[in-house]
Design a protein. Structure first.
Length: 280
């Protein structure tokens, strides 16, 4: 009976099955029984495991010249995983070394086409260029590139100092701009509030003057109506006295009766007659 050995492949890996050095199958996760070689005519079976999990590749401190001849040091982190284990092992000698070279060359091509100002103003463009350049190449040997980001970007010492000054000036300018905008908005709000207060005050003043004028006009109208009513009553009384002299006499007697109740009152009768007698 032929002797065998068990091989267990985890779900995180795949197994490439070789017989006498020839790839015969790609094994999924599970337990496999592999025959041991007992005779010369029995094929040699070998299982090579390939990790299928996501991994990271770091290119650290790559010094590259920009299109305007400024040397920058860049570090790039690439996230990838194997999607075709057979291609990853069969197409290239070491897919990690090949991926390292591809990312390095893509970064050099991208930076060589960019100016320093372009890198500073659009740093994401570098990451996008590297990702787009490497994806096609890596797919040829069974690797899927998930991300390719610029982790660090270092400039020469004197340039770094100048950049720090520029950034400090930009932050100061932004802070002053924010302060000026805040002050302008506050003054605008105060001006609007003052104008609204003055408008309300002027409106209240006009309304008060209008109410005062209406009240005065109503008072004058009532007074005029009262005076007209008094004149009408006097006219009616005069008409009545002229038509009925007895009423005028009764009025005189009533007046004398009221005066008689006042001890300080003096009544002179026939004053004009006595004056005429003294004159004679």
């Amino acid at each position: 009976m032929a002797r065998t050995r068990d091989i267990i492949i985890k779900s995180t890996h795949r197994g490439l099955r070789y017989e006498d050095g020839r790839l015969t199958d790609v094994l999924e996760a599970g337990r496999y029984r592999i025959p041991e070689r007992r005779r010369r005519n029995t094929p040699v079976v070998e299982i090579v495991l390939v990790d299928m999990r996501e991994r990271e590749l770091l290119l650290k401190g790559q010094e590259i010249l920009t299109s305007d001849k400024v040397a920058v040091r860049v570090s790039i982190i690439t996230q990838y995983r194997v999607v075709d284990p057979a291609a990853a092992l069969e197409k290239v000698e070491s897919y990690t070394d090949r991926l390292y070279s591809d990312v390095q060359l893509a970064a050099r091509r991208s930076l060589a086409s960019m100016t320093l100002e372009g890198i500073l103003t659009n740093r994401n463009q570098l990451s996008e260029d590297i990702l787009g350049d490497v994806q096609d190449a890596a797919s040829g040997y069974g690797i899927a590139i998930l991300r390719a980001d610029v982790k660090d970007l270092v400039f020469p010492g004197n340039l770094q100092e100048i950049m720090n000054r520029v950034l400090a000036a930009e932050r100061l300018s932004e802070a002053q701009l924010v302060e000026a905008r805040t002050k302008a908005e506050r003054e605008l709000i105060e001006a609007r509030s003052k104008a609204e207060t003055e408008r309300v005050s002027a409106l209240a003043t006009r309304e008060a003057e209008q109410i005062k004028a209406e009240s005065h006009a109503r008072t004058q109208r009532l007074k005029a109506e009262a005076d007209a009513e008094a004149l009408r009553l006097h006219a009616d009384a005069a008409t009545a006295y002229s038509e009925h002299p007895v009423l005028l006499r009764v009025r005189e007697l009533e007046t004398l009766a009221r005066l008689a109740t006042n001890a300080a009152a003096r009544l002179y009768i026939g004053f004009d007659k006595h004056t005429e007698l003294r004159a004679e």
